[in-house]
Design a protein around this ligand. Structure first.
Ligand code: FAD
Ligand code: NAP
Length: 860
C-alpha cells in the first residue's frame, strides 16, 4: 500500500527491487543492524520470476547452480525438481526464501521509485515513489535488475492492433488460453524460443516473425545432472567455492583445446558431448578459443547449423533458421525444448523478416512487405532495454543535479559496475561493467551483495559518511571493461549486450566479460587496498587512495599467468646457450604469424663473414618494387635469430606492404660490442646498394627493430647519417634499448614480474658491453648526436622497464628537430606487442606501427 505524502520516513538504506538481488541485500543489511526499506514495483517478491510467466519460462543455468548459497540450511530444506526449473518453481523458491527469513516486513510492494535526489548538505538521498511517498536514506541501492525493463515495441502501428496483445516479460498472472486462435509471436530470443513450442500446442495457427535467427541447443531437461548432485553431496562448500572462482559462476573444467588445431575427430567428439549435455557453459567451452578466434567459432557454429538442418524437414525453413550473421555466443545462446521441431508442424509458419520486413501492425494483424496476416493475438517476445534501462528510468540525480541518464548519454560509466562518480552512497547490483548477464547471476549477485555489505560495514566501523569512486578509477575500469570485450568476438554482434537492440542506445559493450573469478579478485583487491579508487568522507575525514585497479591488457595478464604457471626458469639464471635453447622450444609452440607472398632465406656479406637474412615479400603481384625495411630482432644482443621474430616480421610485412628483410647479426657473449651495431649498419648499406635485387625501390629504405634490435637499428641510423649514407627514410623502434641507465622510474615500477626484468637487462648488458663502453652512442644511442636523423616511430609499453628511455629518446629526437610518432602500447609489456597471434590486444598497436612504417615512404 502506498502511503500518503507526509513527514519523510528515514532509513539507513533504501533498496529498489525485490528479486534475487534485493532479497539477499535486505538479509545482509539486517545482519549489519541497519534500518532498511525495500521498494518493489511488483505485487510480490521474485523480480524476473514474478514478471516473466510466459509458457515455457525456465532458467537456462542448471538449478543446482542457479540458487542462493548463503544459507546452508536453506539448501538442505529446498530441493529443485528438475535440471532447469520452471518459472513457477523459481518464484515459489524466492517466496520461500522471503518467508523463511521474514523479509516481507521490510518490503513495500507496488511501490516504484520514480526519482532519487542527493542532498549534499544533508548527505542523504531523497527517494520518491509513484505513490508520492518521500523517504530519506543514507545509502541507496538499486537492485532493479538487468533484464527488467521491457523494450517498448519499436514497430510502426504497434498501438493499432484490435486483438489481444501480450508481452512475454509481462505475461498475465491468470494465464492465457490461446486455444484455437491465430497467434503471432514476434522475436526469437530466449523468451521466444522457450515459448514458441508451447504456444504452438494451443494455437490454431502460429506465425513466428523472426528478424535474427538464433543459436539454440536442446536443454535435455529432466532430473538434475547426476555429476553436479554428486559433487554437491560430497562437499557442498567446495562446490560453491568452485563456482565463485569459476569464469561463469558454474564449476566446469575449462578446456585448453584449440579449435584451429584440434583434429576433426576431437572437434566432433567435443561438440557432440556438449550438445548431449545441454548446458550453456558446456557449449561455450567446446574450444578454448571459440570466443576470440573466428575460425574456431565457425567450427562450432557450423556444427549447430548442421543440427538445425537435420531437425527441420523443409530445407528452405531450415536455412532461414540457421544463424549466419553473428558469431556463436556473441548473442546469448538459447536452450530449448523442441524449438526447431516446432517448424515441422503444419500450422506453424516462419516469416523471415530479413526477406519481408514488417511494414506495419494493423488493426487486424501484421503487414509485411509481401503479405498481410490476420491474428487474434500478438505476443511480443522482443526483449529488454538491458542493463541500463531500469537504472536510468528510476531517475536518480547525484551531487551536481546531473541525472544518470545525462551522465550516461554516451554509454554507462561505472567503477566495478557497482558505483558511479557524482553519485555518493549510490550502489548498483549487477550494474553495467559487472559480469552479471554473462554469468550464473545468482553467484554474481551474492558476490555484489557481500561486497556492498562489507563496504557499508567498513564505513560504519570507521565512522565514515560518504563513499564515491574517483574519476580516475572509474575511467580505468571502463577502459578495462572495453579492453576485455575488444579481444573477443562479442563487439561484432548487434546484441543487447552491445545495446544494439534498442534504437538510439549508444553502442557500448555493457557487461564485464573478464570472468566472475577475475572480477571477484578485482573487487577484493580494491577493498583490501583501503578501497582503492574511492573517496571516503566523514566528520573530519577525507581520504582517498586514488588509482586504477586493472591497467594491464587482459590477454597480457593471461600470458604472464600462464608463464608463471609453466615455471620457466629466469633467463638470467641460465647460460647463453641454455637460454637460447629454451627460447627455441617456446618459439616452436607459437602460432606462425600471417601469410605473406613469399619468404626466402639468404646471406649478406657482413664486416666479418656472412650474415643470414630472411626476406618477406608482401602478397600481391610478384613483380614491381616496394619500399624496403631492414629489420633487427630482439633478444638483448645475446638471444634471438631469424626464427624468433618471424611472426612479427610477417605481420609488419603484411601490414605495411613493404619488403621486410630480417638480418641475424652477431651475438654476445661470443662477439661483444660493437659487433651487433656494426653488422646492422653493414646490412643497411648492403640493402641500399642491392635494393632492386631485393625487390626494393631504390632510396626508399627504412630500419626497424625490437628491443636490442631497435638499439642496433637506431645506431645504424646514426652511423648512416655521415657522408657514406645511405639515406634512411624512417626508423621504427619498438621498445628500444637506448641507454644503460637503470634508474628511471620505469625500471623501479616494472623491473620485476613482466618477463624483461632489471636482472635480465643487467645480464644482457654484461654479456654485450663492458661498463666503460655502455655510454658510447653505439651502445646507448640516447647519448649520440641526434640532429638530422630519419623520422622515427617509437613504441613504448606501459609495463616495460625500458618505457622511460624510449620516451626519453623520442623527446630528445624531437628536441633535435626529428619528427617523432610516439606510440604507447597501453597495458602491454616489453614482449607482448610482438606476440603475434597470441596477444590479441597487440594487434591494434601493430596496425598503428604498420601505418607508421607506410608513412615513412611516399604514397605509391
Ligand atoms: P530482477 O529479478 O530483475 O528484479 C528487479 C526488481 O526490481 C523487479 O522486481 C522490478 O520490478 C524491480 N524494480 C525495477 N525498477 C524499479 C523501481 N524503479 N522501483 C521499484 N522496483 C523496481 N539469469 C541466470 O543467471 N540464469 C538464468 O537461467 C536466467 N534466466 C532468465 C530468464 C528470463 C526470462 C529472464 C528475463 C532473465 C533470466 N536471467 C537468468 C536473468 C535474471 O534476470 C537474473 O538471474 C536474476 O533473476 C536477476 O535478479 P535481480 O534481483 O538482480 O533483478
Ligand atoms: P532478446 O534476446 O533481446 O530477443 C528479442 C527478440 O525480439 C530478438 O529475436 C529480436 O531480434 C526480436 N526483436 C526485437 N525487436 C524487434 C522488432 N522491432 N522487430 C522484430 N523483431 C524484434 O530478448 P529475450 O528473448 O526476452 O531474452 C533476453 C535475455 O533474457 C536473454 O538473452 C537471456 O539472458 C534472458 N532470458 C533467459 C531465458 C532462459 O532461457 N532462462 C529466457 C528468457 C530470457 P534481433 O535479434 O534481430 O534484435
Amino acid at each position: 500500500m502506498n502511503k500518503p505524502a507526509s513527514v519523510p520516513e528515514q532509513f539507513d538504506v533504501v533498496v529498489a527491487g525485490a528479486g534475487f538481488s534485493g532479497l539477499y541485500m535486505l538479509y545482509r543489511l539486517r545482519q549489519l543492524g541497519l534500518s532498511v526499506k525495500v521498494l518493489e514495483s511488483a505485487g510480490d517478491v521474485g523480480g524476473t520470476w514474478y514478471w516473466n510467466r510466459y509458457p515455457g519460462a525456465r532458467c537456462d543455468i542448471p538449478t543446482t547452480d542457479y540458487t542462493y548459497s548463503f544459507d546452508p540450511e536453506l539448501e538442505k530444506e529446498w530441493t529443485w525438481s528438475e535440471k532447469y526449473a520452471t518459472q513457477p518453481e523459481i518464484l515459489e523458491y524466492l517466496r520461500f526464501v522471503a518467508d523463511r527469513h521474514g523479509l516481507r516486513s521490510d518490503i513495500e510492494f507496488s511501490a516504484t521509485v520514480t526519482s532519487a535526489r542527493w542532498d549534499e548538505p544533508e548527505k542523504r538521498w531523497r527517494i520518491t515513489t509513484d505513490g508520492g511517498q518521500e523517504i530519506r536514506c543514507r545509502y541507496y541501492i538499486m537492485a532493479t535488475g538487468c533484464l527488467s525493463m521491457p523494450k517498448s515495441p519499436d514497430i510502426e502501428g504497434a498501438g493499432r492492433f484490435a486483438g489481444q496483445v501480450y508481452f512475454t516479460s509481462r505475461w498475465p498472472h491468470e494465464g492465457v488460453d490461446l486455444t484455437g486462435q491465430r497467434v503471432a509471436v514476434i522475436g526469437t530470443g530466449s523468451s521466444g524460443i522457450q515459448s514458441i513450442p508451447l504456444i504452438a500446442r494451443q494455437a490454431r495457427r502460429l506465425t513466428v516473425f523472426q528478424r535474427t535467427p538464433n543459436f539454440s541447443i536442446p536443454a535435455h531437461n529432466g532430473p538434475a545432472p547426476a555429476d553436479r548432485l554428486e559433487r554437491l553431496a560430497e562437499d557442498r562448500d567446495e562446490y560453491r567455492d568452485a563456482a565463485r572462482w569459476s569464469r561463469g559462476g558454474v564449476p566446469i573444467d575449462p578446456t585448453d583445446i584449440l579449435g584451429g588445431t584440434a583434429s576433426e575427430a576431437v572437434r566432433r567428439e567435443r561438440f557432440e558431448a556438449a550438445w548431449a549435455q545441454g548446458e550453456l557453459f558446456g557449449i561455450l567451452n567446446v574450444f578454448a578459443d571459440q570466443g576470440v578466434n573466428p575460425a574456431a567459432n565457425d567450427i562450432v557454429a557450423e556444427m549447430i547449423r548442421e543440427k538445425i538442418r537435420s531437425i527441420v524437414t523443409d530445407p528452405g525453413i531450415a536455412e532461414a533458421l540457421c544463424p549466419k550473421d553473428h558469431y556463436f555466443g556473441t548473442k546469448r545462446p538459447c536452450l530449448d525444448t523442441g524449438y526447431f521441431e516446432t517448424y515441422d508442424l503444419p500450422h506453424v509458419q516462419l516469416v523471415d523478416l530479413r526477406k519481408q520486413p514488417i511494414v506495419s501492425i494493423t488493426e487486424e494483424g501484421i503487414e509485411t512487405a509481401d503479405e498481410s496476416f490476420g491474428f487474434d493475438a500478438i505476443v511480443y517476445a522482443t526483449g529488454f532495454d538491458a542493463m541500463t534501462g531500469a537504472l536510468v528510468a528510476a531517475d536518480a540525480a547525484g551531487r551536481d543535479g546531473v541525472s544518470l541518464k545525462e551522465k550516461w548519454a554516451a554509454g554507462p560509466s561505472t567503477y566495478l559496475g557497482l558505483m558511479t562518480t557524482g553519485f555518493p552512497n549510490f550502489f548498483m547490483l549487477t550494474g553495467p561493467g559487472s559480469p552479471s548477464v554473462l554469468s550464473n547471476m545468482t553467484v554474481s549477485i551474492e558476490q555484489h551483495v557481500d561486497w556492498v555489505a562489507g563496504c557499508l560495514e567498513n564505513m560504519r566501523d570507521e565512522g565514515l559518511e560518504t563513499i564515491e569512486p574517483t574519476a580516475l578509477a572509474e575511467a580505468g575500469w571502463n577502459q578495462h571493461v572495453q579492453d576485455c570485450a575488444a579481444i573477443t568476438l562479442h563487439p561484432t554482434a548487434n546484441s543487447w549486450y552491445m545495446g544494439a537492440n534498442v534504437p538510439g542506445k549508444p553502442r557500448v559493450f555493457l557487461p564485464y566479460i573478464g570472468g566472475v573469478n577475475a572480477y571477484r579478485q578485482a573487487c577484493d583487491e580494491v577493498a583490501a587496498q583501503g578501497y582503492l579508487g574511492f573517496r571516503l568522507t566523514g566528520p573530519g575525514e577525507d581520504r582517498c587512495r586514488d588509482g586504477v585497479i586493472r591497467r594491464m591488457q587482459p590477454d597480457v595478464a593471461m600470458v604472464l599467468e600462464f608463464m608463471a604457471a609453466a615455471g620457466m626458469p629466469p633467463l638470467e639464471t641460465l647460460s647463453a646457450a641454455d637460454a637460447r635453447a629454451l627460447l627455441a622450444v617456446t618459439a616452436e609452440a607459437r602460432p606462425p604469424g600471417p601469410e605473406v607472398g613469399e619468404v626466402t632465406d639468404g646471406v649478406i656479406p657482413g664486416p666479418s663473414g656472412h650474415l643470414p637474412y630472411r626476406l618477406y615479400r608482401p602478397a600481391g603481384p610478384s613483380e614491381g618494387l616496394r619500399p624496403l625495411v631492414m629489420y633487427f630482432h630482439g633478444g638483448g644482443w645475446v638471444l634471438g635469430n631469424l626464427d624468433s621474430d618471424d611472426p612479427l616480421c610477417r605481420d609488419l610485412c603484411a601490414r605495411s606492404g613493404a619488403v621486410v628483410v630480417s638480418v641475424n647479426y652477431r651475438h654476445a657473449p661470443e662477439v661483444r660490442f660493437p659487433a651487433a651495431a656494426l653488422d646492422a649498419f653493414a646490412a643497411v648499406q648492403w640493402a641500399d646498394a642491392n635494393a632492386i635485387e631485393l625487390g626494393g625501390i631504390p632510396g626508399q629504405l627504412a630500419v626497424a627493430g625490437w628491443s636490442a634490435g631497435a638499439n642496433v637499428a637506431a645506431v645504424a641510423c646514426q652511423l648512416a647519417r655521415g657522408a657514406e649514407g645511405p639515406h634512411i627514410s624512417g626508423q621504427l623502434l619498438v621498445c628500444p634499448v637506448v641507454d644503460s641507465d637503470m634508474t628511471r622510474p620505469s625500471y623501479t615500477e616494472n623491473g620485476d614480474g613482466y618477463i624483461l626484468t632489471t636482472a635480465l637487462m643487467r645480464w644482457f648488458w654484461d654479456h654485450y658491453a663492458d661498463p666503460a663502453d655502455r655510454g658510447d652512442p653505439r651502445a646507448a644511442p640516447l647519448h649520440g648526436n641526434l640532429e638530422g636523423l630519419p623520422e622515427a616511430c617509437i613504441v613504448t609499453a606501459d609495463f616495460d622497464p625500458l618505457r622511460d628511455e624510449g620516451v626519453a629518446y623520442a623527446r630528445a629526437l624531437e628536441a633535435a628537430g626529428v619528427p617523432v610518432r610516439l606510440v604507447r602500447a597501453r597495458g602491454h609489456t616489453h614482449t607482448s606487442v610482438t606476440m603475434v597471434g597470441v596477444v590479441i590486444s597487440g594487434a591494434p598497436v601493430r596496425a598503428e606501427i604498420g601505418e607508421a612504417l607506410g608513412d615513412f615512404f611516399p604514397a605509391p
